[in-house]
Design a protein around this ligand. Structure first.
Ligand SMILES: *Cc1c(COP(=O)(O)O)cnc(C)c1O
Length: 231
């Protein structure tokens, strides 16, 4: 069978994930691939879905809603991974299954109020500013437990874990260091809330997925390696 370029890329990414899991004694079943489809057309998402890639990450709300409408015939799982504007929370609460970029209680409270009962709980991750970069999204590591405690109280949200976008580097050891820090925070969170289903560590992109898997990632967010370069 002649495979599309996107299908070939997905096969390659799956292989990369498996190899990294093998190398670092991880079970590949525990590492999910999120296809990051920002700035890619609905047709590209359709090609990915045709080979069983059903979870997609989007950064821009209007663009995502447009594609969701075009792809309404498919049963896809939508993750929001972009910065959240407080006046846009309703559409997030209604049209996404997951939000990876929660970093403020005000936003969490709005999502909780706006999540329709019939959709079940919105699955959320707290974004951590792991490299402590000024003017970057994400809660400071020192404020994480307090925010998590507040989010835990919101009945329409289910806190599943943490997400980070570390400062970009090509150095494997540096990549691992940042991911190890997020994994350590995740462990502290699990210790603080032993009853919670804290099973998700969203870390790793096209350029650093191996380092992320080495440090315990359970969800890699892959754009370029699947869809090619964005404009
Ligand atoms: C764009 C983006 C990705 C994907 O990055 P690639 O390098 O293209 O794989 C992952 N996570 C977030 C939050 C992004 O904005």
């Amino acid at each position: 069978m002649l495979q599309s370029v996107i299908a070939q890329h997905i096969a390659k990414v799956r292989q990369q994930v498996e190899q990294a899991c093998h190398k670092f004694a991880r079970n590949p079943i525990q590492v999910k691939i999120l296809a990051v489809s920002k700035k890619q057309p609905a047709a590209a998402i359709r090609e990915a879905a045709a080979v069983g890639q059903l979870a997609f990450g989007e950064n821009y709300l209007q663009e995502a809603l447009q594609k969701q409408t075009e792809l309404a015939d498919l049963d896809l799982e939508w993750h929001f991974i972009g910065p959240i504007q407080s006046n846009k929370t309703r559409d997030l609460a209604v049209h996404f299954a997951w939000v990876h970029t929660l970093d403020r209680y005000k936003i969490a409270r709005r999502l909780n109020e706006q999540r329709p009962e019939a959709k079940g709980k919105l699955q959320v991750l707290i974004q951590v500013n792991i490299s402590s970069e000024p003017n970057k999204s994400g809660v400071a590591p020192s404020d994480l437990l307090a925010l998590a405690e507040e989010i835990q109280e919101l009945p329409q949200l289910e806190l599943r874990g943490l997400m980070c976008i570390p400062a970009a580097t090509d150095d494997f050891a540096q990549q691992r260091l940042a991911f190890a820090q997020l994994a350590a925070l995740h462990q502290r969170l699990q210790d603080a809330f032993p009853e919670a289903r804290l099973d998700t560590l969203s870390m790793g992109m096209s350029g650093d997925l191996e380092a992320a898997i080495a440090e315990g990632s359970t969800l890699v967010r892959i754009g370029t390696a699947i869809f090619g370069a964005r404009d």
